[in-house]
Write a protein that binds this ligand. Sequence first.
Ligand SMILES: *[C@@H]1O[C@H](CO)[C@@H](O)[C@H](O)[C@H]1NC(C)=O
Ligand SMILES: *[C@@H]1O[C@H](CO)[C@@H](O)[C@H](O)[C@H]1NC(C)=O
Ligand SMILES: *[C@@H]1O[C@H](CO)[C@@H](O)[C@H](O)[C@H]1NC(C)=O
Ligand SMILES: *[C@@H]1O[C@H](CO)[C@@H](O)[C@H](O)[C@H]1NC(C)=O
Ligand SMILES: *[C@@H]1O[C@H](CO)[C@@H](O)[C@H](O)[C@H]1NC(C)=O
Ligand SMILES: *[C@@H]1O[C@H](CO)[C@@H](O)[C@H](O)[C@H]1NC(C)=O
Length: 320
Amino acid sequence: MNFVIAISIFVHLIIQCSAQQGNSVSCSQPCNCSNQNCGTFPGFLWVQGVNTQCSINDCSSAPFPQTGLTDIFCGSCTPFQNAIYANSAGYTCVASTQSCSSTQGWTNSNCQLCNPATPYANASLTGCVNCSSTSGLTDAICAICNPSAPFASGDTTSCVNSSQSCSSSLNVKDSDCAICFPLKPYANIAQTACKSVKCRGRDPKNPGWTDNDCKQCYSPGSKAKKDGSACYNCFATNGMTNDLCQLCFGTGKGAYQYANSLGTCVSVNCSKTSGWNDIDCQACNPATPYSSQSGTVCQSFPSNSSILIQYFISLIIFML
Ligand SMILES: *[C@@H]1O[C@H](CO)[C@@H](O)[C@H](O)[C@H]1NC(C)=O
Ligand SMILES: *[C@@H]1O[C@H](CO)[C@@H](O)[C@H](O)[C@H]1NC(C)=O
Ligand SMILES: *[C@@H]1O[C@H](CO)[C@@H](O)[C@H](O)[C@H]1NC(C)=O
Ligand SMILES: *[C@@H]1O[C@H](CO)[C@@H](O)[C@H](O)[C@H]1NC(C)=O
Ligand SMILES: *[C@@H]1O[C@H](CO)[C@@H](O)[C@H](O)[C@H]1NC(C)=O
Ligand SMILES: *[C@@H]1O[C@H](CO)[C@@H](O)[C@H](O)[C@H]1NC(C)=O
């Protein structure tokens, strides 16, 4: 009788020892470990795990599932090191560095692990694509998938054979803009971006610049001369005149309607003949930054300096 008990205890121990308690994972409710909260996997039982988590009671209690896997199950019965996430189709666990249901931060290697049919991270890294995708293409994907058109178009919907990346901002050419951005087929003057209006190579005799052309081709602060012969930069620090400053910034009340001695637009009427103070003088002419006592002119020395000079002279006379 003792012998039988001993045998049964021994058998019980073997069964205990061959059981493989799963890792603890978080189900949908803490401390409530049920199929309802953790997912149903026939032949497997959810039990209380560490702290408020749950775990599969015995990962060897049934054949490893071949379908319907979830991150929770892979996390508890991790089949090999770090394979804690279910792949996108749920037929295997993978050692990706984030869940296959992630919506950001994708890498090519995670894409490959989660879904071999879409092995590349898309342009916004929010999903995965393959060579037949029509969105989210990148230069890297196009270079692999389509060596004769190795760059992603500006809208990332196709691969194109421009002479350089559509995202380049150096030496951008009209021909590349036409290929990369069909709606913006022209390079700007600085050749740093593509624009919808022709910037380079306009008819020199009749360039016909408009404010909008100037903004697109030069800078947002650029405007056209009244006769359309050229654009000028309202924020230029030289070469501006009262007329140009007024074209840029208006003639009413407001800032920057006047040119100073350097040809920069400033907010002070530099032609005024009264009401000068030091601040206005500095804005209008750095060489004469002080207003006269009467405020009628600007000068290169402070108006109180004569007092100082007198003071020094009397000091010297006193010392003699
Ligand atoms: C456990 O979860 C189930 C399913 O969500 C729910 O019906 C039940 O009330 C919960 N039990 C406790 C004690 O919270
Ligand atoms: C490419 O991905 C799409 C879905 O993103 C999929 O339907 C298609 O089968 C994939 N193509 C290849 C060749 O695997
Ligand atoms: C990347 O893929 C995600 C998921 O399919 C999609 O929502 C997103 O728009 C894609 N990004 C780009 C730039 O195509
Ligand atoms: C780019 O492709 C177009 C048509 O797809 C072709 O006409 C052109 O010759 C190609 N250019 C280069 C530089 O390969
Ligand atoms: C600037 O000052 C000059 C001289 O006082 C004056 O003639 C001119 O009208 C002023 N300009 C404006 C826009 O007020
Ligand atoms: C002289 O004028 C300048 C600026 O106008 C001022 O900063 C300075 O304190 C004055 N000095 C004296 C001695 O009044």
